[in-house]
Write a protein that binds this ligand. Sequence first.
Ligand SMILES: C[S@@+](CC[C@H](N)C(=O)[O-])C[C@H]1O[C@@H](n2cnc3c(N)ncnc32)[C@H](O)[C@@H]1O
Length: 245
Amino acid sequence: MNLFRRFRFPAAAILCVLSLGNLPAAEASKTAESAYTTGVKTRDGLGKYYFGREIASYMTHEGAPWLDRPERDQEERPDLVLQALQLKPGDLVADVGCGTGYFSWRMAQAVAPGGVVYGEEIQPEMLDLLAGNMRAHQVTNVVGVLGSISDPKLPQPVDLVLLVDVYHEFSEPAEMMAAICRSLKPGGRVVFVEYRGEDPTVLIKPLHKMTEAQVKKEMTAQPLDYVETVRTLPRQHVIIFRKRG
Ligand SMILES: C[S@@+](CC[C@H](N)C(=O)[O-])C[C@H]1O[C@@H](n2cnc3c(N)ncnc32)[C@H](O)[C@@H]1O
């Protein structure tokens, strides 16, 4: 998959995909599994829809250099993301769909001493890149975890799960989010960082952006309460939920 796959698509293509996204619109459902439908398969998607949203194909490890591009710090302001997470020493956290660990080492510093970051992935190649990056940053409290498309397989309950630019790629979002919720401590948080789907100035492919309303709609099927949306980032929003009960 080419590195620039996410950027700068002609307006006509964007409008086309946006309108296709409305075709199989599902009502907010009582059960997550019943919110799946099949519809038009667009170029970047699976033809599988969840709550009316076409699920995006996931980024392969060949796209990994894009995750560590030098301009990313300015574009995504990871410092502001970390501020929003309000982590503390000793926290157990998971970076689900961690890629090369762009956020893992930053979280690892925030939870030290005593805390652990589980860097979880479905691609073993990404876990190799994660290990190399953690060595380069001299971080020793990140543990790589190989998960599946429906279960992150975290070894113990965590205080927080971070999902940066990954949720829209979950091919089984109902099952995956249910497993993530089971992996959270009571009162634990799950944090979505997604490119803003409602902002036309964010030039990312439509299936790789999400609106706040869509995230909230999809989370009605999970045992989560909405907490807040942090709007300090240049192109993304940080949408925070807390495990109920
Ligand atoms: C766009 S990358 C983002 C990586 C990282 N979060 C970051 O911000 O640098 C998305 C990653 O999500 C992973 N992914 C996709 N579906 C997944 C799933 N069901 N469980 C875990 N990881 C998944 C992909 O393998 C890919 O590495």
